[in-house]
Design a protein around this ligand. Structure first.
Ligand code: AMP
Ligand code: ZN
Length: 468
């Protein structure tokens, strides 16, 4: 069997995927910072990560996946200059940080469920892992990779020669990348040094603080992910993923501190998901220019259609979101569901193993080809077009949906009120016809059609079909 091939940011190549431990895969996903609703850009990343996990399982791997929830330490500025994002949100909403964290964590998992994203097996909030951060920072200090300055503990990037290996950019390029943070933290020896533990900040109202050997304070964002991944997935990690904005500084810093702490290479495959932008450019939770799943649902879009929209493009390509794009996806999705419905209503034939294997192989090949989700969907369409019997088609649809998770076989639930309304209209139309008022009868048919209801007169009476 050919190997899964995936683009690795670390080597800048599409590579064979070979886990440390044969069939067991460990996978770490950077979770949300829960100071607001996840925007649909964030959710695109989680959809791609979900396909990665499910696709690997489809290939036969056991995947152990862990995700953190950032509820402390993610500062507004990447260079340790801003206020903790959770604290600003708590002030704005006049709630406690823990209440904010709980509210937006719950909202995040509701979104995940609506998008058919499987919950990672291990989910760990940053605030649950304080002893591990302290243990790691203590060792980094002891081994000379960290220093104390101005009451805070910083990682010394000059002690880690491979600091630039993930981003592939040099010192000057990276300096340009962080120029947004106009403020400079004068406690640092080098511009990219980063905070491991803060006891002193100009924002003295940090709500959540813990005792530590360096004073009462709180951890930096980067150490959280390293520590959580090491705690739950061990010293050798197969896959670490996140959006492309995480490459620098977050993942760059994670590698530096983890490898200095461990004394050996840590993670082999770094997989990054490209951004979802809207026509005006980048979406941003903090700048309030984001769109969340709720706003799409309010506009009448089905979350699963958003998933379908994302899967039609490659995870390494920027995707531009627009309502027109979602409308096109809605039409294509509805058409697909209608085709599947007809197959379901006309079950026949015995399973054709040869055909099943042929399409399963194509589906796997598409996934193994750097997670080509649009090709996976094309394979599904190929099945629908095939001459093979309907039971074989249904088998394959169900099988592919274990990875695609597009509710392909789920029956639409008809709203009871809507169903009653249709029945009343049909009755009225029957009466109109009996009274030879054909004009009114046609009017009713058109009214229903405008609501995507097609009626058919049969010998047994009038039936209806909802096309959307
Ligand atoms: P955050 O909650 O800001 O920590 O981000 C959660 C995840 O979403 C991270 O993996 C980010 O890299 C990713 N992300 C942020 N913005 C976007 C975007 N516009 N499109 C896709 N992924 C994004
Ligand atoms: Zn992270």
């Amino acid at each position: 069997m050919s190997k899964m091939r995936i683009y690795n940011t670390l080597t800048k190549k599409v590579e064979d995927f070979v886990p440390y431990n044969k069939n067991e895969v460990t996978m770490y996903t950077c979770g949300p910072t829960v100071y607001y609703y996840a925007h649909i850009g964030n959710l695109r990343t989680y959809i791609s990560e979900d396909i990665l996990e499910k696709g690997l399982k489809y290939l036969g791997y056991n995947v152990k996946r862990c995700m953190n929830i950032t509820d402390v330490g993610h500062l507004a500025g990447d260079s340790d200059t801003g206020e903790d994002k959770m604290v600003s949100a708590a002030k704005k909403e006049k709630k406690s940080v823990l209440d904010i964290a709980k509210f937006y964590t719950d909202a995040f998992f509701e979104d995940m469920e609506k998008l058919n994203i499987k919950k990672p097996e291990i989910i760990s909030p940053a605030t649950d892992n304080i002893p591990k951060y302290i243990e790691m920072i203590t060792k980094l200090l002891k081994d000379g990779y960290a220093y104390i300055s101005g009451g805070n503990v910083y990682f010394d990037t000059s002690k880690y020669p491979d600091y630039y290996k993930l981003s592939g950019r040099n010192h000057d390029d990276l300096l340009l990348a962080v120029r947004d943070d106009v403020e400079v933290d004068n406690n640092k020896k080098n511009p990219f040094d980063f905070g491991l533990w803060f006891t002193d900040s100009k924002f003295n109202d940090q709500e959540l603080k813990w005792e530590s050997p360096w004073g009462v304070g709180y951890p930096g964002w980067h150490i959280e992910c390293s520590a959580i991944a090491l705690t739950y997935l061990g010293e050798h990690l197969d896959i670490h993923c996140g959006g492309i904005d995480n490459i620098f500084p977050h993942h760059t810093n994670e590698i530096a501190q983890s490898e200095c702490y461990l004394g050996h290479k840590w993670c082999n495959y770094w997989i990054h998901m490209e951004f979802l932008n809207d026509a005006s450019g980048k979406m941003s939770k903090s700048k309030g220019t984001s769109k969340d799943l709720r706003s799409l649902i309010q506009k009448g879009y089905d979350p699963v259609v958003y998933r379908f929209f994302c899967l039609q493009s490659h995870y390494r390509k920027t995707l531009v979101y627009s309502l027109e794009g979602l409308d096109t996806a809605t039409n294509a999705y509805n058409k697909l569901k209608r085709k599947i419905k007809t197959i379901k209503e006309n079950k026949e034939g015995t399973l054709n193993q040869k055909v099943i294997e042929k399409y399963q192989e194509s589906f796997k090949e598409a996934f193994k080809n750097d997670m080509n989700t649009s090709l996976m969907i094309t394979t599904l369409y190929d099945v629908l077009k095939d001459e093979v019997n309907n039971n074989t088609k249904l088998y394959l649809i169900e099988d592919f949906d274990k990875v695609l998770s597009l509710d392909l076989l789920k029956d639409e639930e008809i709203d009871k009120d809507f169903e009653n309304y249709i029945k009343e209209k049909i009755q009225e139309r029957t009466l109109s016809k009996q009274n030879k008022d054909y004009e009114r009868a046609d009017q009713i048919r058109d009214e229903l059609l405008a609501k995507n209801v097609i009626i058919k007169d049969t010998r047994e009476g009038t039936t209806f079909e909802i096309t959307k």
